[in-house]
Design a protein around this ligand. Structure first.
Ligand SMILES: Nc1ncnc2c1ncn2[C@@H]1O[C@H](COP(=O)(O)OP(=O)(O)OP(=O)(O)O)[C@@H](O)[C@H]1O
Ligand SMILES: [Mg+2]
Length: 669
């Protein structure tokens, strides 16, 4: 039985007659309010199909769905939308593509495709755009999209550099449209533009989503906020929950000011604050509060906990990063055996992805099972990208990025020269590469053999796509992978037979996964739906499926948002790591402090902080300063032996003690 809601939470759940903002610190039950409110709405006779709850990651959406599943029967929750902003955007686009001048089978471009397209545009463009600047153009375009700035507006307002970038933006948008493709940011921007232009379509969606709930509201960007406003209309039938101290996506255009903006846009807005924390011990909370007190505050919040005061926080000091990883692993094991806990109760959190490597190694050395959320993505493997590109091409032949990826995989003797000329031709005619293959005019640019090879490929794609549509889709897919001799190709291009076998195994895993997705709802999905769903998973999470089983959790601070673990290690607490070096250079320390706050507030019972005095950077050993955030924590709540300058002998003994203890425990188990 779930514990009772407190009076403020109850008020938040019961408030239906005005727009509502729940503003509260970490662990105060904001997400809980959302799930309970969904159940309440249904019981108050709003059918689930008229309710939508939005979150930022698929993981959070899955978690929310399962919590709602405990409160409502399957029948009562049928049709409920619990999804990310981006999945909702995709759903809108798939349904309304016609009004935007898009065809049904929309492709989603990932970072890699985006870069490839931008580079093509720079190469063929008339402006003197710099190829080395491709990434910074992409960043700028993304920024515009998140700030709800169209190419027209960017062109009208930009001068000099900005003017030239705005031209690239306009080109980019034009090309994306001709490829029938959208990028990650478009998934929000295009629905907003659509709703602005088509009142009837907006009405339809307002009628469908009669109540909207948004978690982690502090991380919405301007375009997302616009979407919320459009969908809920003047009536403002919404509940948003958030914590300005946990805003950690400013670099992606998130605006915590959206919290204050709500009050201006919706004068009837009710604000409820939650003050009891149900997650962490008093001590963890006190430490978190004193850290975040160093940031300026728009809203004052007080948080208290009835979980008991708890144990002091520990600060571990290490000589270098390998020792840090090993000691954290052995400390964890030690703790686990002493307290009879499970591996899944532990999390190791770090600022940047690259920090995970040494911890992985150390955990493996200690035979500790672990799971990395958001690590090296399944989708970043070349073989998975190849097969996905084939599938994308099957559902949308105009997807140029996919075309380029596989036209010569396995080898079809279609070289870069041919592709260069095909690209220039397609560019002049404003059509896709695939469409260009069939044009007579191509003869002016390319010889007969080259044209024949291209046409042969394009015709074959059309044929397979046709068969996949009409027959047993997955049988057709398996068949074409065999026909193109992909397994042989993997053998030719891999270092070893083993590697080739592993890669083919991954391909099979992908196909099985596709099959599962195709069947996992009530109605069977088309190949195009399955492909876009998988691509979206990738763009959003860069990770695999759920952590199943009893394993230690490894993840970045960004990925840890909204989650909780009994025992948390926050590692790499050093200047230049946390706060990150670029944030020191760019003076965005406040956002880093919020990240540290997010990290600290994930812990329920025990928090261990750790840092190194030396670390290898670019092959050289450098001195590291403890993070300034460590110095901002109340000293009396920390056990920081090194700060009290233990003499070297005692330190060595302590380390020996702990190793010996762990070894004896290991031998016993
Ligand atoms: N009224 C309550 N009584 C007991 N436990 C509660 C209550 N409300 C929430 N909790 C528990 O407190 C923990 C934190 O809740 P929740 O995750 O909803 O907080 P949050 O405000 O969303 O945190 P964050 O800011 O980190 O996202 C959860 O384990 C939840 O089940
Ligand atoms: Mg939450």
């Amino acid at each position: 039985m779930a514990a009772q809601l407190n009076p403020q939470q109850l008020a938040a759940v019961n408030t239906l007659d005005c727009p509502l903002l729940v503003l509260a610190g970490a662990g105060s039950g904001k997400t809980r309010v959302i799930t309970e409110k969904i159940a309440y709405l249904v019981k108050q006779s709003t059918p689930a199909r008229h309710i939508a709850a939005l979150t930022f990651t698929n993981k959070a959406a899955r978690e929310m769905k399962s919590r709602v599943g405990k409160l409502l029967s399957d029948k009562d929750s049928r049709g409920l939308t619990v999804s990310t902003f981006h999945s909702l955007g995709l759903e809108i686009l798939r349904e309304e593509h016609g009004a935007l001048g898009l065809k049904k089978n929309i492709s989603i471009f990932d970072e890699h495709d985006r870069l490839a397209l931008t580079k093509e545009l720079i190469k063929h463009g008339s402006e003197n755009w710099e190829i080395d600047e491709a990434e910074s153009y992409i960043w700028r375009i993304g920024r515009w999209k998140n700030l709800f700035v169209t190419p027209e507006r960017a062109l009208a307002e930009g001068q000099g550099d900005a003017q030239s970038a705005a031209q690239l933006y306009a080109e980019y948008v034009r090309h994306m449209k001709s490829y029938n493709a959208v990028d990650f940011d478009d998934l929000i921007l295009l629905p907003v533009l659509l709703f602005h232009e088509h009142a009837d379509i907006l009405d339809k969606w307002r009628n469908r989503i009669r109540y909207l709930l948004v978690d982690e509201y502090q991380d919405t960007n301007l375009t997302q906020y616009e979407l919320v406003k459009l969908l809920t209309g003047k009536l403002g039938r919404f509940t948003v929950v958030g914590d300005d101290d946990q805003s950690i996506y400013a670099w992606r255009g998130a605006q915590p000011e959206n919290l204050a903006q709500l009050q201006r846009d919706f004068p009837r807005l009710k604000v409820i604050k939650l003050e009891q924390n149900y997650r962490s011990t008093g001590r963890i909370l006190k430490v978190a509060n004193s850290l975040i007190a160093n940031n300026p505050h728009v809203f004052e919040k007080r948080l208290w906990s009835a979980m008991g005061y708890g144990d002091p926080l520990r600060v571990l000091t290490h000589k270098e990063e390998v020792a840090e990883a090993r000691q954290v692993a052995s400390d964890l094991l030690h703790h686990k055996f002493r307290h009879g806990t499970r591996f899944q109760d532990y999390a190791i959190l770090y600022r940047s992805n690259h920090q995970s490597r040494l911890f992985e190694r150390a955990l493996r050395e200690h035979s500790i099972p672990y799971f990395i959320s958001g690590g090296m993505s399944f989708f970043s493997y070349a073989e998975i990208k190849d097969i996905m590109a084939y599938l994308r091409l099957l559902v949308n032949p105009d997807d140029d990025a996919a075309f380029l990826r596989v036209v010569n995989v396995p080898r079809r003797e279609i070289g870069p020269n041919t592709l260069e000329k095909l690209g220039a031709y397609a560019n002049r005619r404003h059509i896709s590469l695939f469409a260009a293959c069939f044009e007579l005019g191509l003869q002016q640019s390319l010889g007969e053999t080259a044209i024949n090879r291209l046409r042969h490929f394009a015709e074959w794609i059309t044929d397979v796509a046709d068969r996949a549509r009409r027959g047993d889709t997955f049988a057709v897919i398996e068949d074409f992978i065999a026909k193109i001799g992909y397994e042989n190709w993997l053998r030719e291009t891999s270092n070893s037979e083993d590697a080739a076998r592993r890669k083919m195994g991954q391909v099979r895993e992908l196909i099985d996964w596709l099959k599962r997705i195709a069947k996992d709802d009530e109605k069977e999905k088309s190949l195009s739906e399955v492909v876009s769903r998988i691509l979206l998973l990738d763009v959003l999470e860069r990770g695999q499926e759920e952590n199943a089983g009893d394993r230690v959790n490894l993840m970045t601070l960004h990925a840890a948002k909204g989650l909780e673990f009994p025992y948390v290690y926050l590692v790499g607490m050093e200047e230049n790591l946390l706060p990150h070096q670029t944030s020191i250079e760019e003076n965005t320390i406040e956002e880093e402090r919020r990240l540290a706050y997010v990290g600290i507030t994930r812990a329920q019972k025990l928090l261990t902080l750790s840092y190194c005095t030396h670390r290898k950077r670019h092959g050289e050993i450098v001195n590291c300063e403890p993070s300034r955030f460590l110095n901002e924590l109340p000293e009396e709540e920390l056990e920081w032996p090194e700060r009290r300058a233990l003499d070297p002998e005692t330190k060595k003994e302590r380390a020996m003690d702990s190793f010996a203890a762990v070894r004896s425990l290991l031998n016993r188990s």
